[in-house]
Design a protein. Structure first.
Length: 206
């Protein structure tokens, strides 16, 4: 019975997120109200808030999964594997998967087309990237038996997460403005390697 209840909750959550994304794509994030989303998802306003405390979270509904995947990549890395290698592989994996999707045709209008025009969402995304970096920093500190606020752990985590974020946002921007998909993916992967090489070998190589 609990399994059925959990499936129904997941279905409701997904329905709200889909309705919100469709409305944001049609009308812009700032023009859509929680009441609009509730009506489109055929639920009450309170139900929307039960699943998503803020309107931004309706669009970033997979953020917990993204954060956990990044954390797991760091936490479960084999002994002797460098952090740069972990992040390089994480970034490459995303763009390789996206390349497979793009070979079947262009992406439908979606996430980045909604985020890019909205200062509110761009700020929210930057805060999300910063939170991911804090999570990684705490993991590094724990591994090294250091305090959670160790500045070296935070510096490393922020630098690595910043490269991952820059490659993501710049690549998605190119796809959104209509650049050739295959060329964009190929170039993005090349630029990702260059960026991680700078972290690995020093910014003096710029």
């Amino acid at each position: 019975m609990s399994g059925l209840r959990e499936r129904k909750k997941r279905q409701t959550r997904d329905a709200i997120a889909r309705a919100a994304a469709d409305l944001f794509a049609q009308h812009g994030f700032d023009a859509v109200t929680v009441e609009d989303v509730a009506r489109a998802a055929d639920v009450s306003r309170q139900t929307v808030f039960n699943y998503f405390p803020s309107k931004e979270q309706m669009l970033f509904d997979r953020d917990a999964e993204v954060e956990e995947a990044l954390l797991a990549a760091v936490r479960d890395r084999p002994g002797g594997t460098s952090l740069v290698s972990v992040f390089r592989a994480h970034t490459r994996s995303f763009w390789t998967r996206l390349d497979t999707v793009l070979r079947d045709g262009p992406l439908p209008p979606g996430f980045w087309e909604i985020v890019e025009p909205s200062p509110t969402l761009r700020d929210y995304l930057e805060a999300t990237f910063a939170r991911h970096a804090r999570v990684i920093a705490r993991q590094l500190a724990s591994e090294r038996n250091l305090p959670e606020d160790d500045p070296i752990c935070h510096a490393q985590a922020r630098a690595l997460c910043a490269v991952n974020a820059a490659i993501l946002t710049c690549g998605l921007h190119r796809l959104t403005r209509g650049d050739d998909a295959q060329s964009t993916v190929t170039d993005t992967l090349t630029q990702a390697d260059r960026a991680y090489d700078l972290l690995e070998h020093g910014l003096a190589g710029t």
